[in-house]
Design a protein around this ligand. Sequence first.
Ligand code: HEC
Ligand code: HEC
Ligand code: HEC
Ligand code: HEC
Length: 453
Amino acid sequence: MRALLNTALAALLAATTLLAGCERPPVDTVQRGYRGTGMELVYNPRTAVIVAESNQAPPVTEAASPDGPKAGQIYKNLQLLGHLSIGEFTRQMAAITAWIAPQEGCNYCHNPENLGDDSKYTKVVARRMIQMTQHINADWKPHVAATGVTCYTCHRGKAVPANVWFAPEPPRANANFIGDKAGQNTPLKVVGLSSLPYDPFGPYLLGAQTIGVGGATALPSDHVASIVHTEQTYGLMMHLSNSLGVNCTYCHNTRNFKEWDGAPPQRTTAWHGIRMTRDLNNQYIVPLTAAFPAARLGPTGDVAKVNCATCHQGVYKPLYGAPMAKDYPALLAPAAPSDGLPPPVAEARRSVLYFGVDTPVLEGEQAKGLDLLVATMATDRQAKARISGYHSAAGNVEHNHELAKQRAFTVRDAMLAAGVPEARVILAKPAQTAANLSGEDPEARRVEVVIEK
Ligand code: HEC
Ligand code: HEC
Ligand code: HEC
Ligand code: HEC
């Protein structure tokens, strides 16, 4: 009897779980293709209202006067926005604050003692994000058209966008006889709680694995189709549909998913979207990994990355296609030389990292300083780093020289590991200084890095 009851309960539970994926009627449909082709968009008017509310563009502040002195003539550390008038620059900073850190304000990125200082990682990241936004608007028009994006498109008033992805932890090896599940049966929201592979992003939005379920040739020669690839493709397609709040028919004539003929033009836009997202992750987001504190990284130590939902957030065009970018010309494209950008500040920046007694390893705050330096080098494509190691006077001279060299190597290796080309990392003989003569001096155990343009 008890067993029977348990079975009944389990069945009831299973049924509720299955139905939880369905939506309560009534749902509406909109015809999107020739009649009889079944190309209809199904939507739920109740969830549509909620999605619409959270996808309104914020108010645009009035444009500032382009006249007067340029920001770069007043402020000393502008690498991107120096060509704006003071008025435009201030308006842009205010907008960025409202988009990223409305509660924390300017100090979320700035050291209030010195706004030109780059010691907060958020400022280093924000500078690279400005470049990324300019790149999206200038070079990815086949996807974003004239609508474009601003920081708000992804951030919506939050420092970390609501939709980002990390590489999942690989599932634990099975002690029983199930063997390799090929990533299956680990139901996650990103694949619609289905049994599709648990990582639909890595292969396509970071890697460039071919998307497809069938071969291009009659015989199995050079095609990629396999059960694993097919399931991964469907996992990605679930994400595409969810991110845009649409059905498969928004992009496909479902008579034949592979066929481009008869597919709506949105599929072409989506094709560019996949390439754009991959480009953003590889060129901008991943190289910033070292800049982020550990608390911002995923279970495998990777940075939070972009997918379709980062911008779209459940609607077919982010913010229903509100053309926000045109009101912020600084974000439309990088400054051209003709914009009167003052030449970059000629004076080199100097950073010093301090080491413990008799060690070439950086710890605590100093290790964080190294990460920031590495991120600055990885993102500033012209900069060269000139690295010199020093030691204190206490102890054996020979050993100390070696130690100073090892300290310089620590910094150099971190830069090379972050992908900075060797030609931009220069080891320089340290200048002899007085500090080297006065015993165990914490100021002496250091590496000096001069960043030159
Ligand atoms: C999300 C990060 C972020 C926030 C918030 C922010 N800024 Fe900035 N700020 C930057 C970045 C990045 C730069 C450097 C831009 C460049 O290199 O062209 C900068 C540069 C500046 C500079 C130039 C400093 C110098 O000496 O070179 C000033 C002044 C400034 N910001 C003021 C403000 C004010 C005022 C606020 C608040 C209303 C603010 N910022 C909020 C990221 C931010
Ligand atoms: C395509 C989407 C996208 C756009 C556009 C975008 N960002 Fe980001 N941003 C991200 C992602 C993804 C992260 C990584 C999340 C994290 O911090 O872990 C991030 C992180 C940041 C951070 C670090 C926040 C923190 O607390 O860790 C700052 C600051 C930032 N962005 C500023 C900006 C600024 C300023 C702009 C506009 C010039 C901008 N972003 C545009 C996607 C975007
Ligand atoms: C936002 C547009 C969009 C949506 C929604 C979408 N797809 Fe796709 N789909 C594409 C694009 C673009 C490609 C081609 C990708 C490429 O080659 O880079 C594709 C490729 C495919 C393929 C591979 C065909 C081949 O060449 O073998 C299949 C299968 C597929 N989609 C199924 C689906 C299913 C099922 C859904 C609904 C769950 C769906 N798609 C939703 C845009 C979309
Ligand atoms: C950097 C932000 C951003 C990311 C990331 C992004 N999109 Fe878009 N997408 C946009 C913008 C902005 C538009 C509006 C362009 C316009 O007005 O025509 C758009 C438009 C589209 C459209 C056309 C909608 C229509 O009805 O015409 C499709 C389809 C689309 N995106 C699919 C995708 C897919 C799939 C991905 C992920 C692979 C993706 N997008 C990632 C910003 C983004």
